[in-house]
Design a binder for this molecule. Structure first.
Ligand SMILES: CC(C)(COP(=O)(O)OP(=O)(O)OC[C@H]1O[C@@H](n2cnc3c(N)ncnc32)[C@H](O)[C@@H]1OP(=O)(O)O)[C@@H](O)C(=O)NCCC(=O)NCCS
Length: 154
């Protein structure tokens, strides 16, 4: 069972070098800290993926970003991280790279207008030289309460 390969827990400061490495491998900025970050860890408590929730006053929670390290892709890590965050927050919005839209579609996310995205999150794309190549798409999902129990967050 994929769920037994990893578990979820809140990120700690000592996880950040792993997480920043995974982010850098995807051309993403290093994380500002562990706040809002959940990690998926292997049996040795080494992070294999992470999801950061960004909170902006007056807006639903946003994902920025979710990353599974390359050798662990396809084992349900990304789904577990997103489903746990969705169950915890009740609603998630985000701007997906074009290449990750099929992942979010598989999780039931739908397309949103750009003005449904919190300004600080939308601003990440505004000055980006790679915007054309990336093809960002605003997406969101409201928790429907029907998810089964996922891996526990310790
Ligand atoms: C997107 C990403 C997080 C997916 O992580 P993952 O751990 O491999 O995803 P999962 O194994 O949990 O897959 C969940 C579902 O999405 C589907 N999926 C994942 N990537 C897919 C793709 N490229 N195309 C089609 N479906 C995809 C899987 O088939 C699976 O479907 P199922 O549960 O119905 O079988 C990972 O590929 C990644 O880190 N990419 C680079 C960073 C990135 O682009 N992040 C998103 C932008 S913030």
């Amino acid at each position: 069972m994929a769920a037994s390969l990893f578990s979820l827990r809140p990120a700690r400061k000592e996880d950040l070098p792993y997480l920043s490495g995974y982010a850098a491998a995807e051309g993403m900025d290093a994380l500002p800290g562990a706040e809002g970050v959940t990690v998926a860890v292997n049996d040795d408590d080494v992070p294999v993926g992470f999801l950061r929730v960004v909170r902006e006053e007056g807006w639903p929670a946003h994902v920025s970003p979710v990353v599974t390290c390359a050798p662990w892709r396809g084992f349900g890590v990304g789904r577990a991280l997103v489903e746990e965050a969705l169950a915890r927050t009740g609603e998630l919005r985000l701007v997906a790279r074009g290449s990750s839209v099929p992942f979010y579609r598989a999780l039931g996310f739908g397309e949103l207008p750009w003005d449904a995205i919190a300004p600080t999150v939308a601003a990440d794309c505004d000055g980006c030289d790679l915007r054309g190549e990336c093809g960002p798409v605003p997406l969101g999902k409201v928790h429907d309460g029907t998810d089964g129990p996922g891996p526990a967050v310790g």
